[in-house]
Design a protein around this ligand. Sequence first.
Ligand code: PHE
Length: 353
Amino acid sequence: MQEKLEKNKQEALDALDKIEDQDALDRWQSQYLGRNSVVMEAFKSLGTLSKEERPLVGKAANQVKVALESASREKETQLEEQRITESLASERIDVTLPGRRTVSGNIHPTNRTLREIYRIFGDMGFRIYRSREVETDLVNFQMLNFPPHHPARDMQDTFFIKSEGDRADNPLMLRTHTSPGQIHAMQEHTSKYPDDPPPIRIILPGMCYRYEQITSRSEVQFNQVEGLAVGKSITFQDLKGTLSNFARRMFGQSAKTRFRASHFPFTEPSAEMDVGCFLCGGKGCSVCKGAGWLEILGCGMVHPTVLINGGFDPEVYSGFAFGMGPERITMMRHHIEDIRYFWANDLRFLEQF
Ligand code: PHE
């Protein structure tokens, strides 16, 4: 019996040597240490042996069992180490592999210009006032002192919103400019402070709509930034100072400005401000069409009728207003030839900013 055990032990150890994976090791364990293994048979047979033989066989079987178990544990450790080495090799991260580019969004060129405008006027103490895009004829035109037959009221220029018959004399429309916001802001202010209202200093940005032929120079929708200052001793000097300062901060400290007389129904006197062409420095180029100057905005002193419509007494209060087109400014700054790019959602255009 001892001999059989010894032979079995040698056979088991030889077999164990050749084992290379966990499955084979499991099979080996059940063959050499399991229920029907030679060692276990030896233990089971102890009861049938003689008194002299029993301790000898028992001791021998035990030694074989201990030897096989420890060899098996060693093999198990060895297999585990081998698995770790293999997975480290196969799952190695190659840090020299170029990364994937993440696609990041861009701020729309109009919004860039808008943010700059907000910052500049914000520094000068102007707050942002947001007004509605759907307006009434009353506020968009009548209260801004447009005479009844002014050409801008023509169907050609305005998107009217179909409204029920009783609005015939005051139809709804998409605002054609941001100026009606002046009326809302002033009325809100003077009803909040009925006696002795404090000064107003606001800019009113937003989308405007005109029923026009779409060309490279005009779109049916565009942004405007309106400005409004009302107070007790506001003069045309304040208007010029504020807007020249704005131009220098927007277009560079050396930017020259000039004011030309113009006409708007809601301002008197009215003007347009030009800045010296920042591309050619005034010599004349394709952007300024040889003129050396670029028209930037319309402006003027708030018309007394408009002040009254806003709840101010024009004998005591005065104000200035201006309106500019951020798309136009963006086009001039970046030499963009076609306004339609702003709404075309063409990434080849948008990604350049
Ligand atoms: N609302 C005018 C326009 O659309 C611009 C403007 C605003 C002019 C305020 C004067 C004062 O052209």
